[in-house]
Design a protein around this ligand. Sequence first.
Ligand SMILES: Nc1ncnc2c1ncn2[C@@H]1O[C@H](COP(=O)(O)OP(=O)(O)O)[C@@H](O)[C@H]1O
Ligand SMILES: CC(C)(COP(=O)(O)O)[C@@H](O)C(=O)NCCC(=O)O
Ligand SMILES: [K+]
Length: 243
Amino acid sequence: MKLYVDAGNTRLKWCLDQAGETVASGAGVLDEENPFPGLTRYASDIRSIAVSTVASEEKRGRLLDYLSRLSAVAACCYWAEPERGGLRNAYSDYKRMGADRWHAMYGAWLDHKQGFAVVDAGSAVTVDYVDPHGRHLGGYILPGLQMMLRSLKTDAARIGFDPEQVLATAPGKSTGECVNHGLAWLSDAMIARIGRDTSEFGLTDVLVTGGDAPRLIDLGLSGIHRPDLVLAGLRAVAGEEAS
Ligand SMILES: Nc1ncnc2c1ncn2[C@@H]1O[C@H](COP(=O)(O)OP(=O)(O)O)[C@@H](O)[C@H]1O
Ligand SMILES: CC(C)(COP(=O)(O)O)[C@@H](O)C(=O)NCCC(=O)O
Ligand SMILES: [K+]
């Protein structure tokens, strides 16, 4: 079996592949005693390990340590690239791009050749545009939804509120409403902007991934929900490298 790991700043997502089929998958947190609940019983069946990570070097070290105790197979990390299979990275300094963005774009490129946007709503929100020729037009990096709420809580002394996942965007009449409606209102503006950009650039599909993808879809982002997009791209890249 092949193990694929997407290690973000908040969570680890993983899947186990046998002959192209997903036999198990899950999510966990590196700091927990078992970062891969559900995986341990397959440990002796693992024949390869591929990792896409944007976590710090310290966290990557701990992840690789954990994996080396789990399995005798050495884990291989895959990074952003300048080009693959007709998909071309807009970054001149492509090594600086988060591996998750590259793998999500490649996962999308395999199935959506008519031009697309990838919206990855994780710890941070990233938006990337790829035209029908596979040219990455560039993208955006924004604070994630939880990150925004957390920064309001920690960096402003008098903003006290309970986070609520409201859809309301009307002007708030209490601190809680101002914050919670504010986040919905800001997301609404971002969603409208993505709609404008995709029609201006002639991109057909919007693919949405990351832990807060359902929230953005609830808020009106009309797109294809692909929770596994980073892992899909990583699977393809690692498979091509092995063949
Ligand atoms: N079970 C969960 N644990 C943690 N965060 C979750 C969970 N479900 C949804 N989320 C939301 O998803 C975000 C993390 O998304 P994810 O795509 O896993 O991030 P990353 O790739 O940066 O680790 C969090 O900020 C949180 O808002
Ligand atoms: C933008 C990100 C923080 C998103 O990470 P995530 O929210 O998935 O944890 C990550 O892709 C990253 O660290 N990128 C490096 C900078 C760049 O892509 O230009
Ligand atoms: K992300």
